[in-house]
Design a protein around this ligand. Structure first.
Ligand SMILES: Nc1ncnc2c1ncn2[C@@H]1O[C@H](COP(=O)(O)OP(=O)(O)OP(=O)(O)O)[C@@H](O)[C@H]1O
Length: 796
């Protein structure tokens, strides 16, 4: 039974009917009669107030019942007979009810006395005639003051009487036989309309109903939403259980609640401009994609139950609408929001972790092999050099050159790719060019260490490639984008990472264009990634072990080869001699020389490279302390942090361009006395000179020199002729525009630094110029030592 609900705890006329008899039977007639009497017991012209009206009504009912109960026993039989006859009379009446609403019924169902819409008189404002089998309600034309009209659960087909209710605010005509839609003259302020459960098949123009806030049209046969464009106050629209196939016609309405469940909608469209949307029910449709619900800032509740979307849809919808609190009538948990983001827009670290996980799992599912050549021993990982940077910045060329020059140390590790070769590229030389099917198969077989998608092509670093190089006793040199680096960092490999990045974006862009290989979009993408690399380097100091400016490839190569010499502990001469020459004999001689002349070959003390613990020993020897370079890097980091705390934004290229103090060399045992000399000198001025990072304290071969003074010990490298002396060359603290001599000249300018010290120490430096080797990079990383030569082809 639908009542207008609520106004008071007093039963509404219709519910009173219910309690006393079926409104559709004769009881209704009795009630209507008594109602008439009751109402007429008030003086004409003086309409009763609502409580008066109800009290009088109840009183009459009680009197009637009392009289009935008090009737004479002797008359019982007679009465029974008369009751029987009155029952049959009622049945006849019921049968005869023609569905026409009469004044008596209306009088009984009126309630809520109040000031009329015009404000000039008192009138009943509400009428509830729910469930009365009414067909003809034309009599209502005379009830002009009605503001609330409930005609639900009847058999009404014609609502034209509403035309004469200009003050009507709410109309409930649900569960009737209406086939027409708003077929009446629009009451100016009509706000809420319920036409659900009728036989309406079309919507018409409702521009005259501008006050409409709530429109319920559930359970009809509507196929298209239309005519609502000008309902500028409509906040609640429900069209559940219709035959709608497309969401349209909603324009920019201020709808907050939209229900379109149980329709035949396949795609979420037309909701983009519903900016006020808070609750959407699209359950029980044919929706296969949930795109179209994003960009709704106020959307909190959504029901998409029972659609065509795969089971994944829960996370997808949460991802698209992260502000949602409830989905399909269930509260959304924070964990689900995190899972949704990780699934659909994962942070790069998550992508890398997933890539790594995939390859580990795929590999584990294969018959087990032990990659003994690249497996790290307890202390030392397999040495690897990774050149990272944006596409076509020249890192591949650099890698090739490096492997040619240091062919006894490095071999180029060609990745696998599904992209076709460019002109001049050689299979297995630059890449292993393979089809997507082969690539996928390799992936499933756990063949890759890492994979990466770039420009619709797949790239992968094959485990066997690296293992093969290691088995030949060589270190691997590979190049890749940052995504590959991230994934590789999850593995047990611990390469040195060198960032190769073009600083001049314009030149880089021009170069890419001239190459003629890339589309405009590809070029823009590649150029945009320059900033990404710079940012990573800036945000995560130490992420890369070195940075090389790729603007000039020759200069970049000089710098790279210098770095590698550093890592390997080679003098420049040795390095040059390692370069392959046409003369094989000379080259062999050079090769042997490089291994036989300890004085040239630096700090490794020429451990026997075939020694089982070769890497471990080197590692132990070289990783005892933080190098000055690392200390410098840390100091720069602290400084930047301090500046940031004071509100200063670090410059973009802080780490790329800012050169810290010159690194202190690791003093080799062979030149132990030089360190001793220095220590003595320093002792002389102990009080006046405080080194910023403490002084070396032991007379050990691994002692380090305070950073400010390390320039004095700068070994052979970076003499004048070396081309990477520009400030921009490296984050590492090579003397930038200075030669070792010029550095000496500068050294006395250091604060508190006694000038005599410089001269003394530099003298020693000159004597042992080639002996000191600085070791850039982190001490948690392996250096790239000479590779053991005796482990070739150890089968698995
Ligand atoms: N396995 C891999 N993982 C991640 N990135 C990779 C991998 N293999 C290649 N790349 C990178 O994918 C990008 C696209 O490769 P492409 O061959 O088109 O460029 P490229 O000409 O080799 O670039 P460059 O000359 O700078 O090396 C390059 O930056 C390349 O270094």
């Amino acid at each position: 039974m639908a009542t207008s609900g609520s106004d008071s705890q007093w039963p509404q006329p219709s519910s009173l009917q219910g309690s006393l008899g079926n409104p559709r039977t004769g009881a209704q007639s009795i009630m209507l009669r008594s109602e008439k009497e009751r109402r007429s017991s008030f003086p004409l012209g003086q309409r009763p107030t609502e409580p008066q009206f109800r009290a009088s009504y109840l009183l009459q009912q009680l009197i009637r019942r009392y009289r009935e109960a008090d009737a004479d026993e002797g008359e019982e039989k007679e009465e029974e007979e008369s009751e029987e006859s009155s029952d049959s009379e009622m049945l006849n009446l019921e049968k005869e009810f023609d569905g026409v609403l009469r004044e008596e019924a209306v009088a009984e169902a009126l309630y809520q006395l109040g000031r009329s819409g015009s404000g000039t008189e008192q009138a009943y404002l509400s009428l509830t005639l729910s469930g009365c089998d009414l067909i003809d309600i034309s009599i209502l034309c005379g009830y002009v003051h009605l503001q609330k009209l409930d005609l639900s659960v009847n058999k009404i087909e014609d609502l034209s009487c509403v035309s004469s209710m200009p003050y009507l605010l709410e109309l409930n005509a649900s569960q009737n036989k209406l086939t027409t839609f708003f077929y009446f003259k629009p009451p100016q302020n009509l706000k809420k309309v319920d036409f659900s459960c009728n036989q309406i098949s079309r919507m018409y123009d409702l521009s005259a109903y501008q006050a409409l806030t709530k429109l319920i049209l559930d359970n009809n046969q509507i196929e298209e939403i239309c005519g609502l464009e000008l309902c500028r106050n409509l906040t609640h629209l429900s069209l559940a259980k219709n035959k709608i196939t497309r969401i349209n016609g909603l324009g920019m309405l201020p709808i907050k609640i939209l229900c379109l469940s149980h329709n035949q909608i396949e795609k979420i469209t037309g909701l983009d401009d519903l900016k006020a949307l808070q609750t959407v029910d699209l359950s029980y449709n044919q929706i296969s994609s949930f795109q179209g619900l994003e960009n709704h800032d106020f959307l909190e509740v959504i029901d998409l139950e029972d659609n065509k979307e795969k089971s994944e849809y829960w996370l997808f919808v949460i991802f698209m609408l992260l502000q949602l609190t409830e989905l399909d009538q269930k509260k959304i948990k924070v964990e689900e929001k995190v899972a949704a983001v990780n699934r659909y827009n994962p942070p790069p670290e998550v992508v890398a972790a997933e890539d790594h996980m995939t390859h580990v799992v795929n590999s584990l599912m294969q018959p087990q092999r032990i990659f003994d050549s690249t497996l790290p021993s307890l202390d030392a990982p397999y040495p690897m050099l990774v050149l990272a940077g944006p596409q076509a910045c020249g890192k591949r060329e650099l890698a090739h050159r490096l492997c040619r020059q240091f062919s006894t140390y490095f071999r180029y590790g060609a990745c696998h790719t599904t992209r076709p070769p460019y002109f001049g590229e050689g299979d297995r030389v630059d890449y292993h060019f393979i089809s997507q099917e082969v690539f996928d198969e390799m992936l499933n077989m756990g063949k890759f260490i890492l994979t990466f998608n770039y420009g619709n092509h797949s790239y992968g670093l094959n485990r066997d490639t690296i293992e093969g190089i290691a088995r030949d006793g060589l270190a691997s040199c590979v190049h890749m984008e940052i995504e590959g680096v991230r994934s590789l960092k999850n593995s047990y490999f611990e390469p040195r990472y060198i960032l190769v990045v073009p600083m001049n974006k314009k030149n880089y862009e021009g170069y890419l264009r001239r190459k003629g290989l890339f589309s405009r979009v590809e070029i823009e993408f590649a150029v945009s990634r320059v900033d990404l690399y710079v940012e990573i380097n800036q945000t995560f100091p130490g992420y890369f072990d070195a940075v090389i400016n790729a603007d000039d490839l020759d200069a970049a190569y000089q710098q790279l080869s210098q770095l590698v010499r550093e890592y390997l502990g080679l003098s420049e001469e040795t390095a040059k001699s390692l370069a392959p020459t046409a003369d094989i004999k000379t080259s062999q001689l050079n090769f042997e020389k490089s291994f036989k002349k300890p004085s040239v070959l630096s700090s490794y003390d020429f451990l026997d490279s075939t020694d089982r613990n070769y890497f471990a020993k080197l590692w132990a020897k070289l990783s005892a302390k933080k190098t000055p370079v690392e200390i410098n890097s840390l100091e720069r980091q602290y400084k930047t942090a301090r500046q940031a705390l004071m509100g200063k934004t670090p410059l973009h290229h802080t780490l790329l361009f800012q050169r810290g103090a010159v690194p202190a060399p690791v003093i080799n045992g062979v030149h132990y006395f030089a360190a001793l000399e220095l220590e003595k000198s320093l002792e002389l001025c102990e009080d006046s000179f405080k080194a910023p990072f403490g002084r070396y304290s032991e007379k050990s071969v691994d002692s380090q020199v305070p950073v400010e003074y390390s320039a004095l010990f700068q070994p052979c490298p970076w003499p004048k002729e070396l081309p990477f002396q520009s400030q921009e060359c490296s984050i590492y603290s090579y003397p930038a525009s200075e030669t070792s001599e010029s550095k000496e000249d500068k050294a006395p300018e250091a604060p508190h630094k006694p000038s005599h010290l410089s001269a003394k120490v530099s003298l020693q430096y000159k004597r042992h110029q080639t002996s000191f080797v600085s070791r850039p990079g982190s001490n948690t990383k392996p250096t790239l030592p000479p590779i053991p030569q005796g482990r070739k082809y150890t089968s698995v």
